[in-house]
Structure formats: structure tokens, C-alpha cells
Write a protein that binds this ligand. Sequence first.
Ligand code: IPE
Ligand code: IPE
Ligand code: MG
Length: 253
Amino acid sequence: MKSDLIQGESSGPKMLPTHVAIIMDGNGRWAKKRLMNRIKGHEQGSTTVRSIVTASREIGIKILTLYAFSTENWARPESEVKALMELLKKFIVAEREELKKNNIRLNIIGQKHRLPPDVRQEIDTTLELTAHNEEMILNLALSYGSREELTRAMQKIAAKIASKDLGPDEITESLISSHLYTSTMPDPDLIIRTSGEYRLSNFLLWQAAYSEIYITDTLWPDFTRDEFIEILKNFQTRERRFGKVSCNTLNGG
Ligand code: IPE
Ligand code: IPE
Ligand code: MG
């Protein structure tokens, strides 16, 4: 593929991020600018999802997390929530074979039980069909909220303490991580937010501790593979220090 991205297995400096997470924002504004219904923006946004999933797979990203629906998004008008759920179902069904063919495993983070039963059923079928795929994980955040995730983790840990399966001093950072929806995956190396908002909106608050953040003004339906590659190149120029001193300093630079 034509890009001068530096390839690499790890998420170290100058390497490709292992885990990219995207806050896909701006569908409504995209539609509004065109005097269209917000739903049209979501429809257009789902075609962007398709192209960015394909691009990620081709570039060699190992985990792509997409924030598709937040716990707070349930408070939107019923008609919009219904349209979003229908679009989600359509996407899950339409992409099923493509995910299988491309060796992509679907994973869901969030309150799957709150999704409508028909959507859940299609998700389960796709989860099953792609369960053994290993090239990439497409991690969809659905009815996801970081505070709900942490609350749920604390409840589970508290239950283990109450039953004496765990002592308070056994609560460590890694124990907490292992009770999150993302327990099996590394933290995101890069979080991208489209549509120019400078906030995390309850997304991966724990996991984002040392993520690089990139905010673009582009509205999600206008986001392209080319811009995605530019952002990945920008990531490759950053020095991730994780609170330590610069490697250049250590080398006397
Ligand atoms: C992102 O677009 C999609 C979801 C949150 C489901 P928005 O619908 O938030 O679009 P804006 O922010 O109103 O433009
Ligand atoms: C964040 O976008 C949630 C998703 C992209 C699914 P929102 O549009 O819901 O966030 P706010 O309201 O601008 O913070
Ligand atoms: Mg928004």
C-alpha cells in the first residue's frame, strides 16, 4: 500500500500504534451543514467506518476501537436512538463476511445487554463467526461509558472481597485493568477524535492514561483514509515519555 508509514510490531517510538481508538464525532453537524436530517449523517458515518476498518487492516493496526454509542447517547431522541440501532444492525450483518474474509475479530465493549434483542442476536452471530480471526480486532464500543465500566469493575472486585476471595491489598492497577471490558487488550496508543471537540466524553478514561491524543476538525463522515495515514505519521513523530525523561537526554542529547 502506498504510504511511507514505518511498520513495526510494537508500539514503541516510530512504530505503528498497536491500538488505535477513535471517537467518531460530527455526524449530526455534517448533516446539518447540508440541511439534512441527523440520521443522514449517521448513514454517511457508517461508510467512513467501513473505509477506516479496511484501511486499518491493510496498514497493520492490530486493534481498532471505535466509540459508536455512549451510555449518555441513550438520552438522545428516541427516533435517533432507533435509527442508530438499525444502522448498527445493518453494519454488523453487511460486514460479517468481509470481517471473516479479512481475518478480523469483532469484539464489543460496553453494556451489550442494553442493546435491542435483534441487534444483540446479529452481534452474537458475528462474534461467533469471527471468534478465531487473528489479523485485527475490531473493538466496537456500544452503550459504553468509562464511568459505568469502572463502577461495574468496582462492584465485581467488592463482591470478591466480600466473599473473602480477595484481600484489599490485592487490589492493584493490573487487577483493576483485568476487570474492565478491555481486560484482554493493551491500552490505546493513540486516541483520535473527529469534529474538533477537546474532550474524552467518558471514553476509556482509565486506559487513556498515557495515550497520545489527536484531535482533527474533520467531521467523521468526511474523515478519509489519507487523513488517517497522516495522523499515524504524526503519531510516529511523537516521543512518548510515560513520565520518564527523554531518551535523547539519556543519550546526552
Ligand atoms: C457521532 O456524531 C455519533 C454518535 C455520537 C452516535 P454525533 O451524532 O454526536 O454528531 P454531532 O456531534 O451532533 O455533530
Ligand atoms: C461521543 O460523542 C460519543 C460517541 C462518539 C459515540 P458525543 O457527541 O456523544 O459527545 P459529546 O456530547 O459531544 O461530549
Ligand atoms: Mg457529537
